[in-house]
Design a protein around this ligand. Structure first.
Ligand code: F6R
Length: 642
């Protein structure tokens, strides 16, 4: 366990706020690390040092803990430190932030169960030193229970360190918008967005509890030290609001600004909306590369709601980008034209390259033609959501397309879809007098029984997951055929990390990488389309992307892979912003309708994304506002540079 350089330590000294010119918009100390795993290891290392030094002086450490996907890599590292480096938790007392109201302890989604699965069962903390709000106390006792929780924290000596995640509503714990700075442990109604975010875990939003017991903002702020972690681009906007916005009760995480030992520990994707990264020219001198210039011009055009070609020198000066003009000694007119052309060149109806055309200003090369194009879809619906129109074009333009579904996606299939199938088989069995149907009937009955046994939220046994996977396969094939992709051109990879996991708790292994590498080596694609690079790193999509990236890295010396372009699309996560787009594939109204038809084939899943077409229309209207042609819809891509 290495100690880190004092100034970059997460556990900084009181009042140590960042005050460089670049960071001047940030009202709370914000540390940025390349990835969630690096940040988590660093935090676990510092916590281990604290636990050990307290042990040496015979003292205890009181920790406030969070659940959700964010702290999972941190807990994994604590478990590793315990198992491999002898870290002991016998002097640790814990208080969890919150618990869903109405869930029994053994419910698969209860925070009691989560904490035991993810940490407590793997370390040597005594059970009587663990405190988690009880979601089963009768309503009339909740108030007293909450007061008791506050008292227990105080009697333990107060929290030495509170670990936090942040919800998209800006909540810490479950302190939804409206929670005051001095609120204490209490019952709270969950926000619609919070329930939506938990929908996949609960197999549909209707099953997510409506309320929870949570420590208050005041309880949290009483901790001597606070570390709020956030990973992935889906958190970027709310992190920016909490760090740079006014402190107020709409975003309870913003109250960390008032604490002199609070730190936001974020990865690069979650930091990407902070002013120093998003608008670096507003905080200091920047190197005006073509990319940076483009970003500033697109930003200025959207901010002033003026097409790029209409921007004038004064616009640049007034918006704080005058430096750009000074740096090029060009007038706005020339800068506008350069930027306009750059955006213009992202538009291409030939996502696989246009044969025989000059490709110097096209996103994709003209040769070879046709190309071998590998389209990867983490869950079956993802490729259709992110690039259904482009998939169709690639086929129409004569490329050799292979559509690979990386995971079965069976966790998304609702019980009712499997039950319907089983009931049809049972009824067929009845109608055919049972002749020759006994095997099928037994199978169908075992599905019905297994679903009844596990109950609404239980973990699907293998039998049920397999059936759900098969149902989804059928739907995926139908969707593919809407986009012109035949059965023989698609493949289901069923990566094991998914088959063996649950949402927020997936963990990939070398087997996943090997399977993916096998596909790459057999097909030797000229182009790969993939997604999952920047959203929530614990998601299925992100893990599929990490697996792809490891597989590609292991092939780096291969002759074909050096010439293979990887294009990223966005499926369920935040769409690309205009300045990020490197290839914009326009769609006609008919093509958009075809994409909608493909997505509609996914009937068995409980929460499939119906907003994808609207997002494609939004990108088209952004391009229109920048002064480019007015298309019905656009699918956007960005090149991945390994
Ligand atoms: C969990 C908690 C919440 C989560 C937040 C982020 O105990 O209190 O505030 O930290 O909802 O959740 P994830 O980490 O799943 O994105």
């Amino acid at each position: 366990m290495n100690s880190l350089d004092e100034s970059s330590r997460i556990f900084g000294s009181p009042g140590q706020k960042q005050r460089t010119q670049q960071e001047r918009f940030e009202k709370v100390r914000t540390l940025i690390r390349p990835s969630s795993s690096e940040a988590s290891v660093e935090l676990a290392t510092e916590l281990a040092e604290l636990i050990q030094s307290r042990q040496e002086s015979g003292e205890k450490v009181v920790l406030g803990l969070a659940t959700g996907s964010t702290p999972v890599p941190f807990y994994r590292e604590l478990i590793r430190l315990h198992k491999e480096e002898g870290l002991t938790f016998t002097n640790v007392i814990t208080f969890n932030l919150d618990e869903y109201y109405g869930l029994q302890r053994d419910h698969p989604e209860s925070y009691y169960r989560f904490m035991h699965d993810q940490l407590f069962d793997h370390v040597d903390i005594p059970e009587d030193q663990i405190h988690i709000p009880d979601g089963t106390v009768p309503m009339e006792d909740v108030y007293d229970f909450c007061l008791g929780y506050e008292k227990a924290i105080a009697e333990a000596g107060g929290l030495d360190l509170q670990i936090l995640g942040i919800g998209r509503t800006g909540h810490i714990g479950f302190n939804e918008p409206g929670s005051s700075a001095d609120s204490i442990t209490r019952m709270i109604t969950l926000d619609r967005v919070t329930r939506q975010d938990a929908a996949a875990d609960f197999m549909g939003v209707a099953n997510v509890p409506r309320s929870a017991i949570t420590m208050g903002v005041g309880t949290i702020l009483n901790a001597r030290r606070l570390v709020l972690m956030a990973w992935g681009s889906n958190k970027a906007e709310i992190v920016q609001e909490a760090v740079e916005g006014e402190m107020n009760d709409r975003v309870s995480a913003s109250f960390l600004q008032s604490h002199d030992q609070a730190v936001f520990l974020v990865d690069e994707a979650a930091a990407s909306h902070l002013t120093r990264f998003r608008y670096p020219w507003l905080v200091g001198p920047v190197e005006w590369s073509a990319e940076m210039m483009n970003r500033a011009v697109v930003w200025l055009s959207s901010k002033l709601e003026k097409p790029i070609l209409k921007l004038v020198d004064e616009d640049y000066n007034e918006a704080g980008a005058g430096d750009l003009l000074a740096s090029t000694s060009e007038a706005a007119y020339q800068v506008n034209i350069d930027s306009f052309n750059r955006v213009q060149h992202t538009i291409s109806g030939w996502p696989g390259g246009k044969p025989g055309a000059d490709d110097s200003n096209r996103p994709e090369r003209a040769t070879p033609f046709p190309k071998r194009v590998l389209v990867l879809s983490p869950e079956p619906a993802d490729a259709f959501i992110g690039m259904g129109g482009t998939l169709n074009r690639l086929k129409e333009q004569g490329h050799e397309v292979k559509l690979v579904f990386q995971t079965s996606g069976n966790l998304r299939v609702a019980d009712v879809a499997a039950l319907n199938f089983a009931r049809v088989v049972l009824e067929m069995g009845e109608r055919t007098d049972g002749e020759g149907w006994s095997g099928q009937k037994d199978y169908a009955q075992s599905i019905v029984d297994a679903i009844a046994d596990k109950g609404e939220f239980g973990v699907d046994p293998e039998l049920v997951r397999r059936l759900k996977g098969m149902i989804l396969r059928g739907e995926a094939r139908d969707a593919a055929s809407v986009c012109g992709v035949g059965n023989e051109e698609s493949r289901f990879l069923d990566l094991p990390f998914y088959e063996e996991g649950r949402y927020r708790r997936f963990q990939s292994s070398g087997v996943d990488v090997e399977k993916t590498r096998g596909v790459l080596e057999a097909f030797r694609p000229d182009i790969i389309f993939a997604t999952g690079d920047a959203g929530d790193p614990s998601s299925n999509q992100a893990i599929c992307f990490q697996v792809l990236s490891s597989a590609l890295k292991s092939l780096e010396n291969g002759d074909w892979s050096a010439n293979c372009n990887v294009w990223l699309y966005r499926g369920r996560d935040r769409p690309y912003e205009a300045h990020e787009i490197e290839m914009a594939v326009p769609m006609s109204p008919d093509q958009l309708q075809q994409k909608v038809d493909a997505i509609r084939k996914f009937m068995s899943t409980s929460d499939d994304d119906v907003s994808a077409p609207a997002r494609n229309q939004e990108i088209a209207s952004t391009y229109n506002d920048l002064g480019l042609a007015e298309y019905e819809a656009i699918e956007a891509f960005r090149k991945w540079r390994m």
